[in-house]
Design a protein around this ligand. Sequence first.
Ligand code: MTE
Ligand code: MO
Length: 320
Amino acid sequence: MAKTDIPGIPSSEITPEHVYINRRQFMLGLGGLAAAAALAACAAPSSPAPAVGSVATLAPTAGKSTDELGDRLTTYEDVTTYNNYYEFGTDKSDPARQAKNFRTAPWTVQVGGLVNKPATFGVEDLIRLFPPEERIYRLRCVEAWSMVIPWQGFQLNKLLAAVEPTGAAKYVRFETLNDPEQMPGQRNDWYEWPYVEGLRLDEALHDLTLLATGVYGKPALPQNGAPLRLVVPWKYGFKSIKSIVKIDLVAEQPSSLWMVAAPDEYGFYANVNPDVNHPRWSQASERRIGETARRRTLPFNGYAEQVAGLYAGMDLAKFY
Ligand SMILES: Nc1nc2c(c(=O)[nH]1)N[C@H]1C(S)=C(S)[C@@H](COP(=O)(O)O)O[C@H]1N2
Ligand SMILES: [Mo]
């Protein structure tokens, strides 16, 4: 076994070959993606073609101890014990304890709505169809803390291409498992369960948008959203919905648990923006878990080069 500089990542997960194969599949898949993107005639200005070059600068990251900006990975300990997952409690330490026995298998994801080929996939089918690759992403919570996390996952656009969105599809809606017996948080009615989230179709098709199955080279633990969670690194963390069971292509902008809970505080777009404060606190800086000094928050969480084009012509200050 080759040694890596990241404790806990088996070399089998990070061979260059693995990365190469995924990159190649990614290139081969682009024709289909361009077609899918063309279907996404969103209300917003059309986005540029998927940014192959810019993603190539982010991947492969396998075996690295920092992200592409040189920021160190957050420790596995912090990634797995400091979590937001309201189905398992509201304290950061609750999910690690309360989700311990959450059943992540068997697990299926129903993908439907405005698609030509609706289908229900077992998670193991998804992993076989779309072999996970490693992506090191910054995660910036709207509460102004952040982490750097090495995920294993596959691009959501691969799954969406497989189900063939129709021309009427403009948004994607995601839903978490609804199971109050297993998820004690769902037994209270402070929130409208199950957790739901949404993306505009062009955001969902972006190469950075990941469906994650693993963390630090291992299958994800329940507290991180196992067996399948979304990761949208340029948006506040609450967009990255955990334990997904349903994905629907829809015509209208979906609502979300947080938009319903606090419409004045959380919007649909939720792009990381240091210039627009949360009504109750500043978003100009953040606390990186494991560090003492605060850091400046970067526009789009440091992914502006890749994603700013999606929002050309939009007043981002109006879309918190
Ligand atoms: N289903 C569900 N998904 C969720 C949440 C949640 O409470 N329930 N919390 C969100 C928030 S606010 C954040 S910051 C991230 C945290 O992900 P992590 O615990 O893996 O770091 O998950 C997001 N996804
Ligand atoms: Mo968050």
